[in-house]
Design a protein around this ligand. Structure first.
Ligand SMILES: C[S@@+](CC[C@H](N)C(=O)[O-])C[C@H]1O[C@@H](n2cnc3c(N)ncnc32)[C@H](O)[C@@H]1O
Length: 212
């Protein structure tokens, strides 16, 4: 999207509050890794979708310093629970501080370790109404297959970075992440178990609804 149009779009959405702004600033100080954080408009979308769906149980795969998890936690209904999966203790220690500061730490649970193992260890029964996938791209197909049986009917699986900065369109592009995401996108579009919409938000966001 042209930068001016993106600026207009951001300026006409609700801005992040001080806590999210401080988290973004602290994450930016990490340098290159900060690019992994979702942008503010995507955070607002996650809060809106979470609040509209009012999930009693939600799950995030890929927490980093906590921006997306905080946005989701803030949309949870009373008694709602968010399970966060990540491998990195240092980055998620930042997330823990911000969950505390925002007053949502009572509804967020972090499990450290490879997400595929943590998912496989969960009971294989419909549990979650909302899932956000934003970890290692080559595991997207595995995460989706592990999640789907654990989603309630009409539950939403939201998947980040499905555009890979537009590189999914470049047939010469054969980096492992792009090849994996391109294959995942094609498989999902043909998957009769879900209804899918592909949104040009940030680096591309797919929402898949589990069909009855
Ligand atoms: C793109 S970042 C997540 C950004 C986050 N959603 C946010 O809004 O700031 C990806 C995260 O996935 C985690 N990750 C990478 N491989 C993983 C794995 N196999 N299992 C669990 N987490 C993993 C990384 O430690 C990193 O924190």
């Amino acid at each position: 999207m042209p930068p001016a149009l993106h600026g207009y779009l951001v300026a006409h959405g609700s801005p992040p509050d001080d806590i999210l702004a401080d988290l973004a600033a602290e994450t930016a100080a990490l340098g290159d890794a900060a690019r992994m954080q979702i942008p503010a408009e995507q955070g607002a979308l996650l809060t809106i979708l979470t609040a509209a769906l009012a999930p009693s149980r939600a799950i995030e795969i890929g927490t980093f310093t906590g921006y997306s998890s905080l946005c989701m936690a803030r949309g949870l209904p009373p008694g709602g629970h968010l399970l966060c999966l990540d491998v990195n203790d240092e980055w998620t220690s930042v997330a823990r501080r911000y969950w505390e500061r925002a007053g949502v730490s009572d509804r967020v649970e972090l499990r450290l370790g490879p997400a595929a193992e943590a998912l496989a260890a969960l009971p294989e029964e419909p549990t979650f109404d909302l899932a956000f996938i934003d970890a290692d791209k080559q595991s997207y197909p595995a995460y989706f297959e592990l999640l789907l049986p654990r989603m309630n009917t009409n539950g939403l699986i939201i998947v980040d970075n499905v555009l890979q900065s537009g590189r999914v369109l470049d047939e010469q592009e054969d980096s492992p992440n792009v090849v994996a995401v391109r294959g995942f996108n094609a498989a999902l579009a043909a998957d009769a178990r879900v209804q899918v919409v592909f949104l040009p938000v940030a680096d591309g966001l797919t929402i898949a609804r589990k069909l009855p």
